[in-house]
Design a protein around this ligand. Structure first.
Ligand code: SAM
Length: 159
């Protein structure tokens, strides 16, 4: 697969998975947390799919398109591993993490802390969507939509 094909496949997986989970999230109480604002495309998508829902967004720095910048009170800048700690116990309905780098060694380090952080951020029954694997006893893997190849993007429920 070329990097272009890989990118397209990741974008398609994000859209299809977020579209799959948002109707359920809409019926659940709780914040939505977007870990990794980047350009703001998935934040923009979540905002459209979950109108009125508070979405708190995390990144090291603000680099999003002007149309996709959250309100100041919903933007948390800094290292997610540290900044998201103060949200532990918040009972989020959805956590979406798009902080993979495409470098196996760096993503392996992320996998040492991200699953446990997400498990502590979510309410029971809440949903995690992530570009990197979420191996954790409290995160039960769910099947992605049929359009998403195995291990392309990960969907889990907090048990
Ligand atoms: N989903 C976004 C979109 O649709 O535009 C793209 C996210 S981009 C791939 C990943 C973002 O996560 C980058 O902006 C990067 O700065 C941020 N990021 C990655 N790891 C991080 C970390 N440990 N702490 C804070 N920000 C991080």
């Amino acid at each position: 697969m070329t990097r272009l094909e890989n990118f397209i496949s990741r974008m398609t997986a994000q859209r299809d998975i977020l579209d799959q989970v948002c109707p359920e999230v809409a019926k659940m109480e709780g914040l939505v947390l977007e870990l990794g604002l980047g350009n703001g495309r998935t934040f923009h998508h979540l905002r459209e799919r979950l109108p009125g829902r508070r979405i708190v967004v995390f990144d090291r720095e603000l680099g999003a398109h002007a149309s996709s910048i959250p309100e100041a009170e919903n933007l948390v800048l800094g290292e997610i591993r540290e900044t998201a700690k103060r949200f532990i116990g918040i009972d989020a309905a959805l956590v979406h993490a798009d902080i993979g780098t495409g470098y196996e060694d760096r993503d392996a380090v992320t996998s040492t802390w991200l699953p446990d952080l997400i498990a502590r951020l979510l309410r029971v029954g809440g949903i995690a969507v992530s570009g990197t694997p979420l191996d954790h006893p409290l995160l039960q893997r769910l099947p992605p939509p049929p359009s998403v190849p195995a291990d392309r993007y990960f969907v889990c429920r907090r048990v």
